[in-house]
Write a new protein. Sequence first.
Lengths: 132, 295
Amino acid sequence: MSTLELEVVTPDKTVVRETVEMAVCPGVAGEFGVLPNHVSILSALKIGDLRYRVNGKDEHVFISGGFADMNNNVLSVLAESAEKAADIDTARAQAAKERAEKRLAEHSDTVDTTRAHAALARAIVRLQLAGH
Amino acid sequence: MPSLKDVKMKIVGVGKTKQITKAMNMVASAKLRGAQSRIEAFRPYAAKYHDVLAELSTKVEGNAHPLLNEHEEKKTCAILVITSDRGLCGGFNGNIIAKALKLAKEKQAQGMTVKFSCVGRKGRDAVRQAGYEILTAFADRMGSIDFSLASTVAQELIHGYETLDFDEVHCIYGEFVSMAQQPPKSLCLLPLKTPKAVENDAPAENGPHCEYIYEPKEEQLLAELLPRYVKVQVYRGLLDTSASEHAARMAAMDNATRNCNELINSLTLLYNKTRQASITSELIDIVGGAEALNG
């Protein structure tokens, strides 16, 4: 069976470097699947869940937005932060969610709503993934 | 000649200083290892980012994004200075600051107003003393640098550039070349110069070069990528400075420990000479007394 190389890198570490059977990325224009020998593609990613399959088993990685670059059968995902589903800190995500919700509820001018929304979205996806 | 007790006290004192410098050397070497491993961990990200951007920039027109455009009228220059928070690391901070102030002078001579943004207490203090305007300063953060700090710093500079508050942004940091070399490095952050793909080795080995699919459009993608590229560069500056700081401190403390050893040696010599001199003079007294009795 043909495979492709997947790397997920953040500024702090390389989160995933594996040979996978397929991957599904949360692109800004919608999810897209990448199978081995996919044509070269560069896509921006939104906050979401990156799925990949190894030996018929699905794995999930949280991505806080970034880029996916597929070239020469190597899919590189660049993200500012990324965590495998098993490594997600649920308590921290829960706290972040509550904090963001509180900020959004305040409706004051000092609150940076775009940032709060982004924080909320990140927390929600993290919690969803941790629940898998 | 100093008294025996004075010399003894001095030797003890220098010995204590030596203990401290030795300990600081070891702490710095441990921290350096951490900083170096962070640079290692960051390298794949930076390299990949560089490749992606180089690839993309060949596809779009020269002036596709405000961060790439040079401003016609140059009035204000922002300089980001990254130094350490603490001293005792030789000329490391001094070199960075000197370079930054020199650059500021040059820019002023060209008729620009110079503003500073500082990470690291030493740089902030020096810039404040020199009387330049400080936009933002982050002190006591060098021990806990992360990407979000780089992000905050870079965001402000990007915003200033986009709103035409600044017409040029430079970054000065301590580049980590080797254990023995940490020269201050000046880098032009904005207007951005897109990395050029290394043409020579790329085409042959990559096999048939196929067209990329871009999602969304190239221009939009560039608009997402470029600000992050600035952050990547700032983060690199932070990591490099942090590693350089520890390397410089290690060297400085190593020197200090060696100087302490020298000092202890020469003081011990003095101590022994003084001791002998006092014994000799006592003997002369005794012999002289005995002679007097016999006589």
